[in-house]
Design a protein around this ligand. Structure first.
Ligand code: 13P
Length: 253
C-alpha cells in the first residue's frame, strides 16, 4: 500500500517547554486510533529530547528535526550534527524555503545535508517550491535535482519530498490540488515510485480533503495549523477518512 504521511512543522512556535508538552501530549493522545497515516512532528530542536520521552510509548508518532548541519562533529559553534539528530529523531526537514530565504541556504548546502542525513540513517524531508504563483515548475524541479545530486536511486526510498510553493506558505492561499497533482507528477520523474511526495502551504482542516482526494499526493507538510492540537488532529483524521474511501492503492513494487 502507498504510504500516507502528515508532518507538523512547528517552525519557531511553541516557545515554552510547557506549551510543547501540552501540544505533544494532546496530539499523541488523539491520533492513536487514526488508521493508515504516519504522523511526524517537527518541533524546535531544543525540545526534541523532551518530546521523544513523551512519545516513547507511541508507535504512531515520529519525530523530525527542522534542520541540521552536514558535518558529523567539529568546531562549528551553534550547529547540530546528523549524529546528534539521529539520537532523537528519524527525520529531518531540509531546504525549507524559510532557511533558503532567511539563512541563505543554497542548493549545494541542501545537497550536502541530504547526503549527510542519508549517511547517518536519517530520512530527509526535502522541501522545494517556486516563489511566484504561475511561474513554471522549473524552480522546484531544479531544486529537487540539485538536492539529489550524486545520490543513487537505491536511496530514493529513504527520502521524502515536500512540494511547498512559497506563495502558499502562511498566506492562507493554498495551491489548487489539481495543480499540485500536476507538479507532483513532474517531480516524481526525478525520484522513484517509493518516494512519498507531500504538499505544504496553508493546509488546514477545511482544505485537507481536497489534497487527500488526489492519489498523486502522498501526504502534507503542515505549518501554522500544526501547533493547534485540535486542528492538527482533525487534519490527520480527515486525511485518513478521505483516503479510506478511495480504492486501495496497489502495492508498489
Ligand atoms: P503553513 O501551513 O503555515 O502555510 O506552512 C507551511 C510550511 O511551511 C510547512 O513547512
Amino acid at each position: 500500500m502507498k504510504r500516507s504521511i502528515i508532518v507538523g512543522n512547528w517552525k519557531m512556535y511553541a516557545t515554552s517547554i510547557a506549551d510543547a508538552h501540552i501540544l505533544t501530549t494532546s496530539i499523541r493522545n488523539h491520533v492513536a486510533d487514526i488508521k493508515d497515516v504516519e504522523i511526524i512532528l517537527a518541533p524546535p530542536t531544543i525540545w526534541l529530547s523532551e518530546i521523544a520521552q513523551i512519545l516513547k510509548q507511541s508507535r504512531k508518532t515520529r519525530l523530525a528535526a527542522q534542520n541540521m548541519f552536514y558535518e558529523p562533529d567539529g568546531a562549528y559553534t551553534g550547529e547540530i550534527s546528523p549524529l546528534m539528530i539521529k539520537e532523537v529523531a528519524d527525520y529531518v526537514i531540509l531546504g525549507h524555503s524559510e532557511r533558503r530565504e532567511y539563512f541563505s541556504e543554497t542548493d549545494l548546502e541542501v545537497n550536502e545535508k541530504v547526503v549527510a542525513a542519508i549517511k547517518a540513517g536519517i530520512t530527509p524531508i526535502i522541501c522545494v517550491g517556486e516563489k511566484t504563483k504561475g511561474s513554471t515548475i522549473g524552480q522546484p524541479l531544479k531544486e529537487l535535482q540539485e538536492a539529489l545530486a550524486g545520490i543513487s536511486k537505491t536511496h530514493h526510498k529513504d527520502i521524502l519530498v515536500a512540494y511547498e510553493p512559497i506563495w502558499a506558505i502562511g498566506t492562507g492561499k493554498n495551491a489548487d490540488p489539481a495543480y499540485v497533482a500536476k507538479v507532483v507528477t513532474k517531480l516524481r520523474e526525478v525520484v522513484s515510485v517509493h518516494t512519498p511526495i507531500l504538499y505544504g502551504g496553508s493546509v488546514n482542516s477545511s482544505n485537507i480533503a481536497s489534497y487527500a482526494d488526489r492519489p498523486e499526493i502522498d501526504g502534507v507538510l503542515v505549518g501554522g495549523a500544526s501547533v493547534r492540537a485540535a486542528e492538527f488532529v482533525k487534519i490527520c483524521k480527515i486525511w485518513s477518512e478521505t483516503k479510506s474511501l478511495q480504492p486501495r492503492a496497489k502495492e508498489v513494487k
